[in-house]
Every structure is written in C-alpha cells, then in structure tokens.
Ligand binder design. Structure first.
Ligand SMILES: CC(C)(COP(=O)(O)OP(=O)(O)OC[C@H]1O[C@@H](n2cnc3c(N)ncnc32)[C@H](O)[C@@H]1OP(=O)(O)O)[C@@H](O)C(=O)NCCC(=O)NCCS
Length: 148
C-alpha cells in the first residue's frame, strides 16, 4: 500500500475526528482539531493512501520541548508500520525546528502503544495517577531526548 506522511489539512479533519472517536473514550472533537491547524505551536501529520486517512499524530511544542497529543492508526491498517512512519516523520520535523525532547502520556494498560514507544527509545520519567477517565486509569509519562 502506498502511504504518504503529510501535514494535516482542513480536508483531513473529519476523518481524523472519526478515527479519534473510534479509538479513544474521550475524543478530540472536530472543532478542536480544526483549531490545531491555526496553532503555530502545533504540528499534526496524517498518513494517507490517496484521500483516505489511515492514521495521524499530533504534537504541540514550546521552545525545545514537544508533547505528543495523540496517535492512532485505523484498525484495518494496523501492524503495517504506519505508526512507526508517523513517529519518525514527526521526530524529523520537530528536530528540524530545534526541538530536543518529545514527551507523551500513555495508559498503563496500552501494551501496543508502550511497545511502540519503547522501540523508539522512549523512557518512563513519571506517572500521573488517575489521569484518564472512561475507564479511570493511571498514565505513564514517557520521554525521548536527543531528537535533534
Ligand atoms: C498504537 C498504534 C498507534 C500502533 O499503530 P500501528 O501502525 O499498528 O503500529 P506499527 O505497525 O507501526 O507497529 C510498530 C511497533 O509497535 C508495536 N506494536 C504495535 N501494535 C502492537 C500490538 N497490537 N501488540 C504489541 N505490539 C504492538 C510493535 O513493537 C510494532 O513493531 P512490529 O510490528 O515490528 O512488532 C495503534 O495500535 C492504535 O491506533 N491504537 C489505538 C490508539 C492508541 O492507543 N493510541 C496510543 C495512545 S497513547
């Protein structure tokens, strides 16, 4: 499958919002995602096959530190390396902007995501008790340094 990693555009937002709804119990609504397009601190990338959004990743940075807001890949496109491509592309673009570190939160029970992040050398730097709702769960805080 031909997969291209591109900056998210307005036309992608409805599909990204659908994917948010499918993957998360507390999804970002379309209005908030659209707002991200105008936020100069934000960088969102999509993985596309033609006009179809297969996955996305979102980040916000302040000075040389970035936070990964969300990442998801359509169920029928998982385990094909799309999340890896999205993280690699995000890290490269952030590094170009002088960002040194990328931090994220992940549910304690989200083994797939934790494996994915460990593969990129993210290390646990803390925990946020009861960070998530629906269901209530702790978050692990992971960070990768030395992006640049
Ligand atoms: C986590 C997620 C983004 C991974 O997307 P993906 O495109 O399937 O991941 P990739 O194919 O790039 O996998 C990269 C590596 O991650 C790990 N991984 C991915 N899915 C996994 C799974 N279901 N079980 C175990 N390890 C997994 C593996 O190490 C994998 O490498 P491998 O295939 O060579 O073994 C996807 O499962 C998803 O969208 N989940 C729902 C949303 C979510 O939980 N997002 C994370 C929020 S913090």
């Amino acid at each position: 499958m031909d997969v291209q990693i591109l900056p998210m555009q307005a036309a992608d937002v409805p599909q990204v919002a659908e994917l948010e709804k499918a993957c998360f119990s507390d999804p970002w609504p379309e209005s908030v995602l659209s707002h991200e397009l105008e936020n100069e601190l934000s960088l969102w990338l999509v993985a596309k096959n033609g006009d179809t959004v297969l996955g996305y990743i979102g980040s916000q940075s302040v000075l040389d530190e970035a936070d990964m807001m969300n990442i998801a890949v359509r169920k029928d496109a998982q385990r094909q390396g799309i999340a890896k491509k999205l993280i690699l592309a995000l890290c490269a673009r952030l590094a170009d902007k002088g960002v040194q570190s990328l931090t994220l939160e992940v549910r304690d029970s989200n083994e797939a995501a934790i494996r994915l992040y460990e593969g990129f050398g993210f290390l646990q730097v803390g925990k946020r008790p009861n960070y998530y709702f629906h269901p209530k769960e702790d978050a692990r805080i992971l960070r990768k340094d030395g992006l640049a």
